[in-house]
Design a protein around this ligand. Structure first.
Ligand SMILES: [Zn+2]
Length: 293
């Protein structure tokens, strides 16, 4: 099954919901970054939730999430647009711990329980929205829940999970975001809280083959759900050799000459997708001329 997310409303329009399957997307991130199990779970949860946040944007808007705790993994970065394209990485991919006392990947230990979660939305025309909250658990989902409530003032429930195979590949990944619209009855909120409290682990539901629609159906029981938009989701980086060329040109001719003299070429690696771009001496000479024009 290809990854996708679904947007929906329910409970007479008072609740907005998103659900996603992201197994292949997280696997692609893992393959590119060579993350170990606990790091894969931390990156996978962040990517999964960020992709749903991207689906809340419009047109060419994009957003970048940074989770920076005091754990060994360092920073987790995810960058998404409004069309289901996501890319992401962690500072230290080779982080893996024993399962925690609940038998789960110990994401909080990898991320750390102190630090910050920040979101920068690029809304076009140099219009930016920035929100930042402290990390409250390091388990990622709870941290995003806290972010929505405190930074965006939208009561929300966020769930994301990743299951990893013994060979470190991704077995299942997915998540949901449920948001209560302004003016919703107190009764609706309480009912939702009860359902979410007793909801099974999202990663298990994905592993059992549940689609995003089925996950929301299960979450809202007999309530009527209006499904709005279905969006394919994939790991996709926007880097290119041209972008790195521009960056090299920006360094100035002295710097480029140094690369030619000392290294007889240059190599640039994209943080987000680990793609390597190589530049020959001749190519560097041409970039130098670019500066002279
Ligand atoms: Zn890239």
């Amino acid at each position: 099954m290809n990854d996708y997310l679904i947007k929906a409303t329910t409970l007479k329009g008072m609740v907005r919901a998103y659900a996603i399957t992201s197994t292949n997307t997280v696997e692609e991130a893992r393959r590119r970054q060579d993350t170990w199990a606990t790091a894969s779970a931390a990156l996978g949860r962040t990517i999964t939730i960020s992709t749903m946040m991207g689906a809340m944007l419009k047109g060419d808007d994009s957003l970048t999430v940074k989770v920076e705790g005091n754990g060994p993994i360092g920073a987790i970065i995810a960058d998404v647009n409004a069309h289901g394209n996501v890319r992401g990485y962690v500072s230290n991919p080779h982080v893996d711990f024993d399962l925690n006392d609940r038998g789960k990947l110990d994401v909080a230990r990898a991320v750390g329980t102190e630090g910050s979660l920040s979101v920068v939305k690029d809304l076009g025309l140099k219009d930016y929205f920035t929100g930042q909250v402290p990390i409250v658990s390091g388990e990622i989902s709870e941290d995003f829940t806290y972010y929505f409530v405190n930074s965006e003032q939208v009561p929300s429930a966020v769930g994301a999970g990743v299951l990893v195979n013994p060979d470190h590949t991704i077995l299942a990944a997915g998540g949901f975001i449920v948001q209560v619209m302004p003016g919703a009855d107190e009764e609706v909120i309480e009912q939702l809280e009860d359902r979410i409290q007793s909801f099974p682990a999202i990663s298990s539901l994905i592993r059992e083959g549940n689609s995003p629609e089925q996950i929301l159906q299960r979450l809202f029981g007999d309530e009527e759900i209006n499904f709005h938009e279905k969006m394919p989701v994939e790991f996709k980086c926007k880097c290119s050799k041209e972008r790195f060329e521009k960056a090299i040109v920006g360094l100035g001719n002295d710097e480029i000459q140094q690369m030619i003299d000392e290294d007889h070429g240059a190599e640039a690696v994209c943080h987000f997708c680990n793609e390597t771009y190589t530049f020959t001496e001749t190519e560097l000479e041409n970039l130098k001329k670019n500066n002279e024009q």
